[in-house]
Every structure is written in C-alpha cells, then in structure tokens.
Ligand binder design. Structure first.
Ligand code: PEP
Ligand code: MN
Length: 465
C-alpha cells in the first residue's frame, strides 16, 4: 500500500508556500490585509462541538447507520439572505429529509450548502462581452455580477461573513422555535405535499401512496403515544432537527481567517486542534484538489469533516494518495467523497474508485452528486440539467455501490425552495421551451421545489427496491 502522508509541519497558512489554483488577485494588498484582520477578530460562526457532532453523525453514515442529504444553491447571493428564501430552502430540505427518513427507515444528516457558499471556481478567469474582456464573476464574496463591479473587492469577504452570520442566526432561530416541528404542518410538513405538479397519473399514484403511508405512520405514532404534541422541548425528536452549514472552501484567505485553535480533551489530555469555525463542513472542488496544491494543504490540517469532489479525471491511485494526506489517522467518516461523473460515465469510473478505497483502511462517506456531470446547454444558451439524467446517475450510484459490496451513504444536490425553471423534466415535465419563464441562476441550474421533492421520493423508491 502506498502511504504518502504529508508529515511536514502544518499551520493555518502553510498552504501559502504551495501553488494555488482559482486564486483571486486583489489590486490593493493593504485593503486585503485590513479586511482579513477584521475577519480574524470576529467571533466564530459555529461552535467546535457542533462540528464534532456532525463528525460523529458522518461516522455513522460511513457505517451505514444514517443517510446524508446535502443541498442548496450552486452559488448563494447576498440578496438570498432574506426571510422567505431562507425559509423556503430550509423547508424543502426538511421535506426531503422527512421523505428519506420515511423511505429509507434511517435517520438523515442534513447539511445545507448555505451560510458561506458564495465563492465560485470558474472555467476561465475572464469573459469577453461585446468585444470587451471582463473578469469573470467569481461570487458575491469576490466581485459583483454587474460588469461595472467585476474588480475583486476585499471588503466583500467581510460582507460574506456578516451575510453568513445572519443566515446562521435565522436558521438557528426558526429551528429552535418549531419550524421543523412535525406537529405544525402549516410550517413545512405534510400539508405542503401537494401533488398538483405531478403530471403523469402513474407517478402521481406512486407518490400519493408514499404520502398516504407517511401520514399513516405519523397518525399511528400519535395514537400509541410515541409522539406527544404537547411536549414542545427539543427532547422530542419530532420537534426539531440538526441542520449543518457547508460551503466549498475555495478562498483560502477567508477560510484561514476563520480557522481557530481550540483546546480539546483527547483521552483525558488537553490538546490544541485547529477547526474552521466558519462552517461545520467544507469541501474541496473538483478543480482545486491537486495533491501538491494549496487547497489540499489547508484542508489536511483542520478537524472539520471535509468533502472532496471526485470526477472522471480522478485516477484511482491519486484518490488513495489524497485520502492518505487528508485522513492520515483513518478516522471513520472524516472524508466524504462526493462523486460527480455524469449519467453516461459513472459506470466507467465509480467501480474502480470504490475498489481503490476498499483496499485501504480509509472509511469514507460515499455521496453522489448527480448534478455536476450532467450539465448541458439548451436552446437559447440556457445552462440546464435533465431530471432523467440526474435520476439515472443516482440510480446507477445506488446499484454500483451494491454490486461492489459498498453503500451509497448520501446525496448532494443543487436545489432551491423556489419555483425556478432551470432543470428540465421531473414529474412536472418541464420542457426546454419553459426554461426562460423563471430562469434565475447565473451559475449552475438548480432543481426547483417540486423537482427536489421528486428526487426525494425517487430515493425513497430506490431504498424500497
Ligand atoms: C459546485 O459544487 O458548485 C462545483 C463547482 O462542483 P465541482 O467542484 O464538482 O465542479
Ligand atoms: Mn455548481
């Protein structure tokens, strides 16, 4: 077995001596440093014990005792940090997880792509519009979408922190006060499972039967007293849920500023550990996972559970070396491999990736992202994804894991609680011609509210079969 554990000294800025991809160049270094100093002085957005809790839950996912649901926008915008969009996103994630809990008979770990999912890697650093070259839009924490705002502005890093803080604050407060309470269907639960959007009679009756059985189970629990609606404390699991926050750890200056030394007890001894306290979970994108690059160097030193996007360009041998660097202590569930190949390619790559990891002592969470390998251009230049391809990659992921004596532990989606028209298909049978009706994303196309529920029902079905 090759063991390439990087034993050189790590510190929160040791990544600076490595080559970095997708870097942002600021023209004013003093302004950058001033904003980074400000960021470092601000309080953590999350507590390290919450991170430990998520890590434990992900260890249970790796041991097939739980299922992971991760989802949210491709890129958050500062303007999404507003009451209704936040509630809608939490609502769709809660509804999906309820369907999964019910369908899979397993508890679900919920991670939102939220409260910091601002920065985006781009295929090209610039774009030409009407013959003029502009910086590409890199996300709300770097520059602005309007062409006049394309110069990177370091103050946006501090603005990103405050938008993340407002998001975390509001999500915490609604969850602590009954938003996820199954006894209040007016908030988000069963009454909202309106099947008006389902066009096909066959799918409609399949969905209806799942919803009916779900309602029945709830009724049964109430009848036998397993559920007591008057118990409004968080001791009643029907009243509230955990919702963890995540983003792609792309801007290493930002991540470093929120990385803190924490004293923790390990086997009765106090030890100092570094946590990224700007999110519970961060992941490395498919474009920034070079073995000797800055991102891998930063990620190998933090205690947080981390994700790595894995696409067709990953060699099995490279995957093993990556895990040796990122998970030198063989912690169960420390690394989530988020695979994204595309419906037609998954069979060529996933089996060899699974087999490579099975030959090591690394116990990873296998998560399928059936979005990023299935992007295509529709008429009129709309970037879209077909529901049938998303469903196909997901179905194949379940099957391939089974065939390889492995287990798909979770799913990762780009979705929104809004009624956008960005992906085609689903039970609403959205056509390409309908895409312009409410196409909002400036980045990747997301499943809308109904299509997100469709996916959850589909996963429930995969579990049944
Ligand atoms: C993303 O998750 O939005 C993304 C850019 O994914 P990937 O790194 O897999 O391309
Ligand atoms: Mn994306």
């Amino acid at each position: 077995m090759t063991q390439t554990t990087n034993t050189s000294e790590w510190n929160p800025t040791s990544w600076k001596s490595k080559s970095i991809t997708q870097d942002v160049e600021y023209s004013d270094n003093d302004a950058l440093n001033k904003n980074l100093t400000k960021l470092s002085s601000l309080p953590p957005l999350v507590h390290h014990l919450e991170i430990d809790k998520l890590k434990n839950q992900l260890a249970e996912v790796a041991e097939n005792k739980r299922f992971l649901l991760q989802g949210g926008d491709c890129a958050e915008l500062f303007e999404y940090c507003s009451q209704t969009p936040l509630e809608n996103k939490i609502k769709v994630l809660l509804q999906m997880s309820l369907i999964l809990v019910w369908g899979g008979r397993t508890s679900v770990v919920r991670i939102a792509r939220m409260a910091g999912q601002y920065a985006k890697p781009r295929s090209k650093p610039t774009e030409v519009i009407n013959g003029v070259e502009y910086n590409a839009f890199r996300g709300d924490n770097v520059n602005g979408l309007p062409l006049s705002e394309r110069k990177p502005d370091p103050h946006k890093l501090v603005e990103a922190y405050f938008h993340s803080a407002a998001t975390v604050n509001y999500v915490r407060s609604i969850l602590a006060n009954g938003f996820a309470d199954l006894h209040h269907p007016d908030n988000w639960t069963l009454d909202s499972f309106s099947l008006q959007h389902v066009k096909s009679p066959q799918i409609r009756s399949e969905y209806q039967s799942i919803v009916d059985r779900l309602l029945d189970s709830m009724d049964f629990m109430r009848t036998i007293g397993a559920d007591s609606p008057e118990d409004t404390t968080s001791n009643n699991p029907l009243n509230t849920v955990d919702m963890f926050m995540s983003h792609e750890g792309l801007l290493l200056d930002y991540e470093t500023s929120l990385t803190k030394k924490v004293s923790v007890k390990v086997n009765g001894q106090t030890e100092e550990r570094f946590y990224n306290l700007g999110a519970h979970f961060i992941w490395i994108g498919d474009r920034t996972r070079q073995l000797d690059g800055a991102h891998i160097e930063y990620f190998r030193g933090v205690q947080n559970p981390i994700g790595v996007k894995v696409g067709p360009s990953m060699e099995p041998e490279e995957l093993i070396r990556l895990l040796d660097i990122l998970d030198p202590n063989f912690e169960t569930g420390k690394v989530t491999l988020i695979t994204r190949y595309g419906a037609t390619k998954i069979s060529n790559y996933l089996p060899s990736h699974i087999k490579a990891v099975q030959q090591t002592r690394h116990k990873v969470v296998w998560c399928s992202d059936p979005m990023h390998g299935n992007t295509e251009l529709a008429q009129g230049g709309y970037k879209t994804r077909r529901f049938e391809n998303i469903a196909a990659e997901l179905g194949k992921a379940f099957r391939i894991h089974k065939d390889c004596n492995s287990q798909l532990g979770g799913v990762h989606f780009e979705l929104t609680g809004e009624k956008v028209t960005e992906c085609t298909g689903g039970s609403m049978e959205m056509t390409e011609a309908e895409l312009p009706e409410n196409y909002q994303t400036y980045c990747d196309p997301r499943l809308n509210y109904e299509q997100s529920l469709d996916i959850a029902f589909l996963i429930a079905k995969y579990y049944e079969t």
